[in-house]
Design a protein around this ligand. Sequence first.
Ligand code: AR6
Length: 173
Amino acid sequence: MVSERIEIIEGDITRQQVDAIVNAANSSLLGGGGVDGAIHRAAGPELLAECRTLGGCPTGEARITRGYKLPARYVIHTVGPVWHGGDHNEDQLLAACYRNSLKLAVEHGVRTIAFPAISTGAYRFPLKRATRIALQEVKTSLEQEPSIAKVIFVCFGRHAYEVYREIAAEVLK
Ligand code: AR6
C-alpha cells in the first residue's frame, strides 16, 4: 500500500533526519523568507554558494544540492507557482514540483524525503487545493518508484497538519 510510505507530521523541515528535504524556493535559488530562509539558515552559507552555481530554476522544475549543516544529505530546491486565481496553470505547475522533485530524488538514490507545503505561504496557493495536489501527485509517483521508502509531509503548525490529515483521508483511501 502506497499510503504506508506516506507520513504526515507537524514540525520544522530543517530538523528532519531524512536523505533529502525539499525547499520551496524562488526561481533565483538565492534564498528568501519562509521555509527557504529557514533551510539556508540551518544549512549555513555553503548552501548559498552552491546555489549560486546553478543559474536559477524555472517554475515547476527542481535542482539538487548538498545539505551541508542540515541532518539531510541533500536539499532539493523546487519553485512553486505564484497563485494568480487558478487559471494560470497553477495546478499543473504545482504537481510538476512534486513529480520533478521525486524524479531527482530517485536519480540520487534518495530513499527518504520530506516536503513542505510548496506555494502555500508567500505564493498564496490555497492550502486545501495545494494539499490535494501534493498528496495525489506523490501517491502516483510512489506507485511508479519503488525505491522511495518514505515521503514525509512536514506541516508547519496545527492548522496545516489538520488539513493534510483531512485531505489524506480522501486521497489515500
Ligand atoms: N518547516 C516546514 N514548513 C515551513 C517552515 C519550516 N521551517 N517554515 C515555513 N513553512 P513559503 P512559498 C511553511 O512562504 O509559498 C520564499 O521567500 C509555511 O507555513 O516558505 O512556496 C521563497 O524564497 C507554508 O505552508 O513558500 C520564495 O520567494 C510553506 O512552508 C517564496 O517564499 C510554504 O511557504 C516561496 O513561497
